[in-house]
Design a protein around this ligand. Structure first.
Ligand code: BTN
Length: 331
């Protein structure tokens, strides 16, 4: 595990290499400028290489950073992140059972409000409604811890609002225009590219913590996922960001998402539900269509006419109106 605050020496060396990437820097230079021993410089360079950065080493000349890592390492996320409070602390795991389970374990610590937990792969990823979530390398698997002072409506609308933030971030950082499928799936070409999960812990009628899980099929093998999941109930296909935009950068997407999330969070805090619902509806592939909703027990059919401020989907069938709180849109 790496975090954004325990590796100041390594980050110092790395930042210096990044800001001087057109020249070679000797171990002695780095040691003099950064005021650390040559042994420490050497150790940090070795670690930096292990973390996937490409370092050119030339005898007598020294080191030069030739290429960045592809990993979403904590200091990569926090550097140049323009949020006020979300993502100031980041924990990175190369492999974990579930970032969501990890975040839930850490959630009672008030200091972790806005903390990000990210993993390169999950061995036991959790999806909505108790389902499994396939999380191989190449995806963005991320959980965030919040201690909100939301009212009940804001809490209910939170997952829907997050899907809007994520689609805004995808649109701003790639050339993809995703759609939103109720309640909170992000789709391209009618297939899923990202899913959202929220775990709430309540204590005597107030929210103790809220853990948000976001899974983005960034550069995963969608054929493989489709093969495994094709028989699962309500599965409607998987797509990936990279397949639709070869130039998409995971780091930019994550940073843009954290910023969009902070904006949406502020909207929820100030009860701007109407604005969220309006923007969500603009992107929705659900509203206006005949749908069937499965909540695990029954199938509710009708025309999806709107979502309410608490995220409920309103369905009209034979001039009867029904509010659906939980489920999957199957058509
Ligand atoms: C869904 O079913 O659509 C929600 C999927 C959420 C998956 C993410 S990946 C990061 C976080 N950790 C988990 O175990 N699940 C969520």
């Amino acid at each position: 595990m790496y975090n954004s605050f325990d590796n100041p020496g390594l980050v110092k060396v790395l930042s210096f290499l990044k800001s001087h990437d057109t020249e070679y820097l000797s171990g002695q230079d780095l040691s003099d400028v950064l005021k650390i021993s040559r042994v420490a410089v050497w150790k940090h360079i070795k670690k930096i290489k292990e973390l996937g950065y490409t370092i050119d080493s030339k005898q007598k000349l020294g080191y030069r950073l030739a290429d960045n890592t592809k990993l979403l390492l904590p200091w990569e996320i926090t550097t140049n992140l323009n949020t006020k409070w979300i993502g100031k602390r980041v924990y990175y795991f190369d492999s974990i059972d579930s970032t969501q389970a990890q975040a839930i374990k850490m959630a009672n610590n008030k200091k972790e409000n806005g903390t990000v937990i990210i993993a390169e792969k999950q061995t036991s990823g959790k999806g909505r409604l108790g389902r499994k979530w396939m999380s191989p390398k190449g995806g963005i698997w991320i959980s965030l811890i919040f201690h909100p002072e939301f009212n009940i409506t804001a809490t209910m609308l939170f997952p829907v609002a997050v899907s809007l933030a994520l689609s805004n971030a995808i649109e701003k950082s790639t050339n993809i225009k995703p759609k939103l499928k109720w309640p909170n799936d992000v789709t391209i070409n009618g297939k899923k590219i990202a899913g959202i999960l929220v775990d709430i812990s309540m204590e005597s009628n107030r929210i103790e913590s809220l853990v948000l899980g976001v899974g983005i099929n960034f550069d995963v093998n969608t054929k493989q996922i489709e093969k495994v999941l094709k028989k699962s109930p309500n599965f409607y296909g998987a797509d990936s960001i990279k397949k639709n935009d070869k130039n998409a950068q995971p780091l930019t997407l994550v940073q843009t998402f954290l910023k969009e999330l902070e904006n949406i969070y502020e909207y929820l805090n100030t009860s701007k539900f109407e604005e969220i619902v309006k923007e969500w509806t603009k992107r929705s592939s659900t509203i206006g269509n005949e749908v069937a909703i499965s909540d695990g027990n029954e199938i509710i059919k009708g025309k999806a006419v709107r979502i309410d401020h608490d995220g409920a989907l309103v369905i009209v069938s034979k001039s009867k109106t029904k509010r659906v709180m939980v489920g999957d849109v199957t058509t």
